[in-house]
Every structure is written in C-alpha cells, then in structure tokens.
Design a protein around this ligand. Structure first.
Ligand SMILES: [Zn+2]
Length: 87
C-alpha cells in the first residue's frame, strides 16, 4: 500500500506544462540561436502611414513570426496586428 501511495504521489507531482527547453529572446520570443533582433533597425522606422495586419489565429502558430518582426522594427503605433477568425 505504501508503494502504491508513493506512485500516486509521484504522478501528482508531475508538472503539467512541458519544460521550456531552449532559452528564448525576451524581445522576439524566438530561441536565442535563431533570434533576429540584431537585424532590426537601431532606430525604429517611423513611416508616415500606419500598417494594419489582419492575421488569422492559425497563422500565429507558424513560427515565422514575421508580423512581430515588422512591429518591432517600426515606431510605436505604426503597426497594429488584429487577430480574428472571420475577417
Ligand atoms: Zn530576439
């Protein structure tokens, strides 16, 4: 009975979330080995127009992360990303 309790306790202490194996960049959220932040402009670009990206939620799962790259390369409020199923 004691062994059975130990087994249940071991299962109860298993972390539900998978461990984060690789260190990620705090800015682009990509693994450090493929971080593209050094390629961003030193001074964010400030175009006269505002860019609006309409993104399907399924696109966000793809790891290209080009929309966040664009947003990080532009000055504040120059790029807005909307995510919705029915655009
Ligand atoms: Zn980065």
């Amino acid at each position: 009975m004691e062994t059975e309790n130990n087994v249940f306790n071991d299962f109860a202490n298993i972390c539900v979330e998978p461990p984060d194996i690789r260190d990620k960049c705090s800015q682009c959220q990509r693994p450090q080995s493929v971080c593209w932040c050094p390629a961003l402009p030193k001074v964010p670009l400030n175009p006269k127009t505002r860019l609006i990206i309409l993104q399907h939620p399924a696109e966000e799962k793809r790891c290209l992360r080009t929309a966040p790259m664009l947003k990080l390369g532009l000055a504040n409020e120059r790029c807005v990303i909307f995510k919705a199923l029915n655009l």
